[in-house]
Design a binder for this molecule. Structure first.
Ligand SMILES: Cc1cc2nc3c(=O)[nH]c(=O)nc-3n(C[C@H](O)[C@H](O)[C@H](O)COP(=O)(O)OP(=O)(O)OC[C@H]3O[C@@H](n4cnc5c(N)ncnc54)[C@H](O)[C@@H]3O)c2cc1C
Length: 301
């Protein structure tokens, strides 16, 4: 494979492939490098993305990759980008610690984020199946079922109230003493949302599908679905090492056209927004691809 490109896209999932399509259609030479670990891998069905509602995530990406690789200037490689050096118009990328390097004028990080699982037995097995992050992605499948919210503080109260749109059988699990304000606690109870403060030991499940929540004192409560907002880290530390700034929430700072704070480096998808959905990542990738193309054209003048 040649080793000099207009653009190298690091991360080849929703955001990265979408950018690859914009750039391929603009006849730019593009290399997409992906390590095959998108955040939605554990979920059996992806929802709320038009034309692919309910598809397996890997099937959506297989179709997307075939469409993108129909453009002859786009190349794809499986691997982990381990090092990047250089600056605008002169970036050098190393894959899997190999000696071969790849060069590009511009970089797009479409690397996503990594969820950090809490220390609760069974949690990881249920993540993406019955422990879920977003009602638009999975709430419909659990409508009117016994639903928990694993959160604390007023934000947990607000989220519980919001999820009542999908089920009236709601329990807010604070996993230790609740930190709600007196006013929020009362409002939550008035809406018939239970507040359970027992520390949680485990999730009882069958193949990732919840049966009950198990407390440290051995008691249990039947449950079908649990919403959780997890801590996260950037899937790739490379943007930060290159000097790209993060905001206080831990997302890469980007402007309205997906430029990071470092010249020539763009970011799109989950790594730079809390709006976590395939449609949002595809839109962000498409925008980044178009704007990178624009920048390259302007610089060539
Ligand atoms: C469990 C779960 C279920 C979800 N369900 C839905 C749903 O039903 N509907 C919906 O719309 N959204 C859903 N989402 C959200 C959706 O999956 C994300 O918004 C979307 O995948 C973000 O796309 P992305 O391209 O930004 O990141 P990702 O899809 O996470 O992809 C990032 C890619 O970059 C690669 N990568 C990272 N670092 C490197 C590196 N250094 N070198 C090479 N490759 C690298 C990774 O391997 C990965 O393939 C779900 C999310 C989760 C966590």
């Amino acid at each position: 494979m040649e080793n000099t490109f207009d653009v190298i896209i690091i991360g080849g999932s929703s955001a990265g492939l979408s950018a690859g399509m914009s750039l391929g259609r603009a006849m730019k030479n593009v290399l997409i490098i992906d390590s095959g670990n998108p955040c939605n891998k554990p979920t059996p069905h992806s929802h709320n993305f038009l034309t692919h509602d309910g598809w397996k995530p890997a099937e959506i990406m297989e179709v997307a990759l075939n469409e993108v690789l129909a453009y002859p200037t786009v190349k794809f490689m499986t691997g982990w980008v381990s090092h990047v050096v250089g600056s605008n118009n002169h970036f050098e990328v190393t894959v899997d610690e190999q000696s071969q390097t790849y060069h590009a004028k511009k970089l797009l990080f479409a690397t996503g984020i990594k969820d950090i699982m809490p220390n609760i037995d069974g949690f990881t097995k249920c993540w993406g199946k019955s422990v879920i992050h977003c009602p638009y992605c999975h709430g419909y499948e659990y409508r009117n079922q016994a639903t928990g919210i694993l959160m604390n503080g007023d934000v947990g109260a607000d989220f519980s109230e919001f999820i009542r749109n999908w089920s009236k059988d709601i329990t807010l699990f604070t996993n230790g003493p609740a930190t709600l304000s007196a006013e929020k606690r009362q409002a939550t109870l008035n809406r018939k949302i239970r507040i359970v403060e027992h520390p949680i030991k485990a999730l009882k499940h069958e193949n990732g599908y919840l049966k009950a929540i198990v407390f440290a004192d051995g008691t249990t409560q039947k449950l079908d679905a649990l919403y959780a907002r997890l801590r996260f880290e950037q899937h790739s530390q490379l943007p930060a090492l290159l000097g790209c700034e993060l905001n206080e929430q831990g997302y890469l700072k980007v402007d309205e056209v997906k430029r990071t704070t470092v010249a020539g480096i763009y970011a799109a998808g989950d790594n730079s927004t809390p709006m976590r959905a395939v449609a949002a990542a595809v839109a962000a990738g498409g925008m980044a691809g178009a704007m990178i193309n624009h920048e390259i054209i302007n610089e060539a003048d």
